[in-house]
Write a protein that binds this ligand. Sequence first.
Ligand code: NAP
Ligand code: SF4
Length: 674
Amino acid sequence: MTDYPHLLSPITLAGVTLRNRSLMGSMHTGLEETGDWGRVAAFYAARAKGGAGLIVTGGMAPNREGGVFPGAAGLYSDKDIANHRRVTEAVHAEGGHIAMQILHAGRYAYSKDCVGPSAVKSPISPFPPRELDEEGIEAQIADIATAAARAIAAGYDGVEVMGSEGYFLNQFLVNHTNRRTDGWGGTYENRMRLPVEVVRRVRAAMGPAAVLIYRISLIDLVPDGSTWDEVVQLAKAVEAAGASVLNTGIGWHEARVPTIATSVPRAGFAHLTARLRPEVAIPVIASNRINTPEVAEGLLAAGAADMVSMARPWLADAAFIAKAASGRAREIAPCIACNQACLDHTFSGKLTSCLVNPRACHETELVYAATDCPKRVAVVGAGPAGMMTAIVASQRGHRVTLFDKGNEVGGQLNLAKRVPGKEEFHGLVEWFAALLRSPAIELRLGRAATVEDLLGFDEVVIATGVTPRDPGIPTEPGSTVLSYIEVLKGAPVGRRVAVVGAGGIGFDVAETLVQDGVSPTVEPALWRAEWGVSTPWEDRGGLDPKGPQPHPPAREVHLLQRKAEKPGRHLGKTTGWIHRASLAMKRVRMQGGVNYDRITPEGLWISHGPNREAPELVAVDAVVLCAGQEPDRGLSEELDRRGIRHHRIGGADVAAELDAKRAIDQAARLAAGL
Ligand code: NAP
Ligand code: SF4
């Protein structure tokens, strides 16, 4: 008997029987662009081996103008088929199924050659699209159909037609981007003609025995977006045109509402899929912020969807379903929806990976091979770096003793999980703790390790982390100055607070201070009000015309930094805007270019610019220091003095710009080579 009977039950689409109800959603990894198709095949084969019911590839362009950027991977000619066949054969050899996503970016293509229904530039691209004429539209449809035929020739089980997220097909649907007055614009029937015609032609090109997924935008989250009636009309029309299943798309890329970040409630948009389900006869797939088998099973059991799409969770753990099916769900590495190693990499032109699983997209290069020389390994520090070292080393066959002076494992992750919007960190710490419960790992908690404790081991790894930096601001007696650690652990701070330092931790502390009561991340109705999200059956595009209705801030917060630039510029590429917007909504006063002159019982005295001009008092009850970190190297230096060879990783190695991604990656690579 399984805990996930719905998730693990088969489903048949267009005559293709999938072994379970999980769809690995499309992700752009950058692997295809490396040209190393063996690596692409290894990535997908690992997910097929791990039980994915149906894999959808990253978006493949049907032609040059439709590529998300110049040189983006695609099926441009018959010559590309052989590469794709390597992928499909590898997936089928593992008993999996795979569909290729056809993605035409339209005006989102980062190229001066981009095309669209009308010459309306997108706010997230510098390039205005060229308005297509009748012939141009026909050429795009033909290219998409040809790409589908090539996909079948390459052995794919079908295709996903990308019709959401504000891409080409979606751009035809709404008046804002489609200003045409010919047969492809004007009435909704005309505006939806392109997606429907594409589905009809793709079905004709593939024949009846292939899966055709249509990804439909259920809530555009942009002004002037579709209404629910229009969404339903389109859903019925693409069903009639030959779609086998409808996948859920949420929000255009230019939307100013977060849709997949960690602060978005789990399954926060599944109610839209549930509402669509009775409108069509074909199955529907729920998507966005579904990251555990429990959440997936709950949606299916409740009848909200027929399948569940998870994308990033398959980066975090390639064996997601295999573990769920074999009673090892607690061992599934959780996707914490941080975007730090996936989307932030993609948007920086770097290969995708995963913060919790550095092997993602590095399957052929980072290998945890069983050791033929088992060693006794001491690891000091049970933060992300130390825990990852212990886990990978033990999995390879070494015996590990993990020391930490605290009474619990997790290190700074235990602080992160207290931040409203970062509740996913609870699951991450629980996952580490579950894997540390191994007969090959001895945990020694509650006492600082000494050099003597470390004698007699074959390998010693120091992962002692960081200590908060004291910025040395002159402070008068009677002032209240706290470290971020004290504040995140719940120390009282009063009603007015100045936060010194606007890095990741300064933002986390500010978000904690302005929030009281329940976190919107665990209360979807509250979260929707905070971001001004309604439903497409109330308002076009699902945007509340009143705009965001944030709960009033719990405190008056000032977030300060010395650099004369906008605070938060160096936060995650795809998430920084969310943190900045969320603090702005809570009226946090963010300032750069300040000097910290002194702290008095009245507050923090600051001045401005290199000449310390315009001194002023920021009248606050407490000052919280979030001024970065210094490496905690005491033990490492003592080992150096005693000539004891050891490895130093994580914050103890380099504290500057430390984050869990770097710590875990460094640890995994070290442990893979021990
Ligand atoms: P950080 O990002 O390096 O920020 C440190 C802040 O302290 C900066 O704003 C810096 O700005 C200020 N500062 C540095 N030296 C100072 C001094 N001597 N006096 C006064 N201010 C000083 O470090 P962090 O905030 O401690 O975060 C540590 C790491 O954790 C970050 O690198 C980040 O990647 C990670 N993290 C990430 C997130 C996330 O949301 N992704 C959240 C939390 C933590 P000025 O020098 O301009 O004053
Ligand atoms: Fe999920 Fe973060 Fe990994 Fe991306 S990097 S897959 S968001 S855990």
